[in-house]
Design a protein around this ligand. Sequence first.
Ligand SMILES: O=P(O)(O)O[C@H]1O[C@H](CO)[C@@H](O)[C@H]1O
Length: 351
Amino acid sequence: MTGYKVANGNGTAKTNGNSNGHSNGHCNGHKSADYTAQENPTGSGKIRCELTPEELRALRVLHEDTYPYEVIEEIADFITKGSGMRPKIGIICGSGLGSLADIIQDPKIFEYEKIPNFPVSTVEGHAGRLVVGTLEGATVMAMQGRFHFYEGYPLAKCSMPVRVMKLCGVEYLFATNAAGGINPRFAVGDIMLMHDHVNMLGFAGNSPLQGPNDPRFGPRFPALVNSYNKDLINKAIEIGKAMGIESNIHVGVYSCLGGPNYETIAELKALRMMGVDAVGMSTVHEVITARHCDMKVFAFSLITNKCATEYSDKKDEEANHEEVMAVAKNRQKACCELVSRLIREIHLASA
Ligand SMILES: O=P(O)(O)O[C@H]1O[C@H](CO)[C@@H](O)[C@H]1O
């Protein structure tokens, strides 16, 4: 064993073995990739200048996770050239809410696996396609499938597509999610317009903006008060009234936890005491990234389950992804109408 550890980009550490005979402690003049020379742990005192394939792979994974401006630019070019469009509105579809992308007209579809340097979706209810087209006259791009921290992606990678959207020309981010309702006034199927968030991953020292800051995206220390656009919230409330679903629309605070496990009763009680109304495992890092690069943000949670905040033996009070998906499917029509009408207003106001 050479005995040192490299992060593999999934938050775990791997120990590299000296299995292929390359780490022999000699400089052989071979021009290798970018790396820091290590003192040879075999004790010969010489510097080892060649990386093992495992080390190179680990470095590549780390590099992929950093997504420099130029890489994001390449992805954005791929999408704008491939679609012939510079979309103005970006939509992220929550669990079971992929139909928000199905209503896009004249769609150009990009499978994530065919987009260079793009991660892949691994969660049921997240198809893994980027759809570019028009909706209510506005140019839009929608992520039918988002990336979550619990899938093993670092937060910067989870929200990297928001920067792609920015470089494609997007000015407005619409982020949607399925969430558990903690506010006792919320019913399953209600929609909570997000007006603020509690970033539990941030409390734990994790941010999509960690690492060197590239000022071409935004400032080192972005302010997050007023992250959720008040005009859009007010317009959405008006639209809710016009749709006759006023009593199912709330304005509240969302909190993102790491997942994939759902919360304990004690955690839910603590969140409620902190003023949280709905809980999920996404969205917050996307909003932070969007605000960092000065996008206007509108976000909502579809309440797919009520979170129990008292101890009980009842199985039906436990959250599960099948229920989340089923409720989202039932409410997709209302969610699509809300989004379409709001996009129409934005489009008309800017025409
Ligand atoms: O936030 P979205 O992607 O809508 O999904 C929510 O639903 C899943 C749990 O059922 C979690 O991924 C949670 O974050």
